[in-house]
Ligand binder design. Structure first.
Ligand SMILES: [Cu+2]
Length: 298
């Protein structure tokens, strides 16, 4: 004879709550561990970081547009998640052994209308918010290259991504890329503060993606194609450059440093670096001349 095991509604609700708490803890543990390591010896001390709980601080002029969309989307997600959790807990508590089961296929006119209406409301409010604001933001900021190019203090940079490094090139005083006065650096992107920076980038091997988390900027580097992005930093400091596409064995090593400098310091550095480039220029070293004529298409 098999003993009948009865589960009390409260213990079932408790089981649900415990399962959800465990799932939450699994997601939080890495963050807790990371936050704890802040007091230890940091791997790269001078780089600006975050608090480990949220996005790193935004130091760009237009980064707030990305943060605002992330925040509003997170708000909707938290509200819907909370409603669903409360609904499930109430269902577990209410539908105990004293509750008479009701069988329903859920295909009645009312249910279908309710499901479609709720789905449409979520789609138009949550996805609509993302669609409208991201379209507007790309139009007035992120894809407005004409505005960035028209600024007299704008800085043009070419980047060649490869396994596993970032080659960075500036045109030098002649303003033309791939000439002997070009400044070429490795994993070292320096820019002036309060100036639009336009980056054109490509890759010589596989897909990479340049990611500047403090600038809320990211774009793929695609072999055979020149992609572009622009941003403007409004704070000086040293920030992380990461590759956001898994690009092979040493993907994790494909890191660089973005240094945002006062305009006069940047100009002095660029002058020194360009003078060094002229001295070191070797016309026979074809591999070093990977730059391309600047593309100015709208
Ligand atoms: Cu990469």
């Amino acid at each position: 004879m098999t003993a009948r095991v009865r589960t009390r509604p409260r213990s079932r609700a408790m089981a649900w709550v415990c399962a959800m708490a465990a799932a939450l803890l699994v997601h939080l543990l890495p963050l807790i561990a990371r936050a704890g390591s802040v007091s230890g010896e940091p791997a790269v001390p001078p780089l600006a970081g975050g608090n480990g709980w949220s996005l790193p601080p935004d130091v760009s002029v237009d980064g707030w547009r990305i943060d605002s969309l992330l925040r509003s989307t997170m708000f909707f997600v938290v509200v819907m998640f909370s409603i669903m959790v409360i609904w499930m807990v109430l269902a577990c508590v209410k539908h105990g052994r004293h509750h008479k089961a009701e069988y329903d296929h859920g295909d009645g006119k009312k249910q279908i209308t309710f499901a479609l209406g709720l789905s449409a409301a979520i789609f138009f409010v949550v996805d609509g918010n993302l669609f409208v604001n991201s379209t507007w933001d790309t139009h007035v900021a992120f894809w407005d290259f004409a505005r960035a190019e028209s600024q007299p203090n704008r800085v043009r940079v070419q980047i060649n991504a490869r396994q596993w490094a970032w080659d960075v090139r500036y045109a030098g005083p002649d303003g033309t890329f791939n000439t002997e006065d070009d400044i070429v650096t490795l994993n070292d992107l320096r820019i002036p503060v309060d100036a639009p920076v336009i980056i054109q980038l490509t890759s010589t091997d596989v897909l990479h993606s340049i990611y500047l988390p403090h600038l809320r900027a990211k774009i793929d580097a695609v072999p055979g194609t020149v992609n572009r992005l622009w941003f403007q930093a409004q704070k000086t400091g040293r920030f992380e450059i990461a590759c956001a596409q898994h690009c092979g064995m040493a993907h994790y090593k494909m890191a660089g440093v973005l240094t945002v400098m006062p305009a006069d310091e940047f100009a002095a550095w660029a002058a020194r670096a360009s003078a060094n480039s002229v001295q070191a220029y070797d016309p026979k070293d074809k591999d070093a001349h990977w730059g391309w004529p600047w593309r100015t298409e709208k």
